[in-house]
Design a protein around this ligand. Structure first.
Ligand code: NI
Length: 145
């Protein structure tokens, strides 16, 4: 690990401290490392649509919106090769929350995510890409440091 000194706007630092407090980080350094790591991950994911990755897709939908449950299930079945697992939570009388764990290339996963979150009645769609150096199935000996 290395120590660096950065210059930062007062406003931005205030925002970072708020995030740090809200999310319960132990220090500014820990907060900044995570924010930078997120940004780097997004940057790398944008490099190539061929990059292999894992991803989580989160969204909320109204299960009574006409045909929506069925259409979402059809979409999931159509892309069954990308789908690792889906968690379904009945949030209240109206809303369902789903978290899908996906694996595939960045391009395939973005396209799948778009086909889900653009459906009418789907809200709070959020895709989190986690690029995999090795590829999902190329899993040799490694450490988890
Ligand atoms: Ni439900």
């Amino acid at each position: 690990m290395q120590r660096i000194t950065i210059t930062i706007d007062d406003d931005l630092l205030e925002t970072i401290d708020k995030i740090s407090e809200q999310r319960g980080y132990a220090s500014r350094s820990e907060t900044l490392r995570d924010l930078v790591r997120d940004a780097v991950t997004r940057e790398q994911a944008a490099v190539s649509s061929e990059t292999k990755c894992y991803a989580t897709l989160t969204y909320v939908y109204e299960h009574e919106t006409r045909d929506l449950s069925r259409r979402l299930t059809t979409t999931q079945h159509y892309h069954h090769d990308l789908s690792v697992s889906t968690l379904h939570v009945h949030v209240d009388g109206r809303d369902c929350l789903e978290v899908s764990v996906l694996k595939g290339t960045v391009g395939e996963i973005k396209s799948f995510a778009d086909s889900v979150v653009t459906q009418r009645g789907v809200r709070f769609g959020n895709l989190h890409l986690i690029p995999s150096e090795h590829g999902p199935h190329d899993h040799g000996p490694h450490s988890h440091d």
